[in-house]
Design a binder for this molecule. Structure first.
Ligand code: ZN
Length: 215
């Protein structure tokens, strides 16, 4: 079996989605890309999370040809492939319909840059794409239009969230922080309008986070 370590990570990160209520049933998916070979490890299509194993994850190349595995890859593979092809820095992608984040996506709204924990990480709001065909490469193109060459997360209009990272783990981390901020902002909006942070303060926060956070 190839890519054993990456399979372990992609399995663990897929399991984070139902554990954190970012998905229901078999919705959503996480993939990881091996930096050496460029191969992609992704969740199989329609398989409930409690049936996932390191063995039944699917390995494909950048064109979507299955290299190892007997199950069909996620229907969102085309979206992942378009993002990987255009963003060499991205080695992990997470897709969910997390409800608070998607409550912005359904309205075609960005999640405002209003809370430091998410803004420290992203340096921006969470943009929302135009409407795009689900599962199709069109969704990947819409995400790239919204995030540009450096953004790590976008909402997809009327659909859900695609987050990216330098690993599968990082893509799930971004999805979790995004959902936490979306939930808090939605609750605060019950009390009244929520304003965005000053751009100068955002830049200062991002720099502070880069130099101080972690060990
Ligand atoms: Zn979806």
């Amino acid at each position: 079996m190839m890519l054993a370590a990456l399979r372990e990570e992609v399995l663990a990160m897929n399991q984070m989605l139902p554990a954190n209520r970012l998905v229901v049933w078999s919705g959503g998916n996480v993939s990881g890309r091996d930096p050496e070979t460029g191969l992609i490890v992704i969740k199989p299509s329609g398989l409930p999370y409690d049936k996932l194993t390191v063995e039944n994850l699917v390995v494909t190349d950048i064109d979507g040809t299955v290299v190892e595995g007997s199950l069909k890859p996620s229907v969102d593979l085309g979206v992942h492939r378009v993002i990987y092809r255009n963003r060499p820095d991205v080695l992990g992608i997470c897709h969910t319909h997390a409800p608070y984040s998607t409550s912005f996506a359904v309205r075609g709204e960005a999640i405002p840059a209003a809370l430091t924990p998410l803004v420290h990480m992203l340096g921006t709001d969470v943009p929302c794409t135009r409407y795009a065909t689900p599962g199709d490469e069109d969704t990947g193109e819409a995400v790239l239009e919204a995030v540009g060459s450096t953004g790590m997360v976008a909402l997809v209009h009327r659909h859900g969230v695609f987050s990216m990272g330098h690993s599968a783990s990082e893509s799930v981390k971004v999805a979790l922080y995004t959902e936490e901020a979306a939930m808090t902002i939605r609750m605060a909006q019950i009390a009244g309008p929520v304003t965005e942070m000053d751009p100068v303060e955002i830049d200062r926060c991002v720099n502070w986070y880069k130099h101080n956070y972690g060990q």
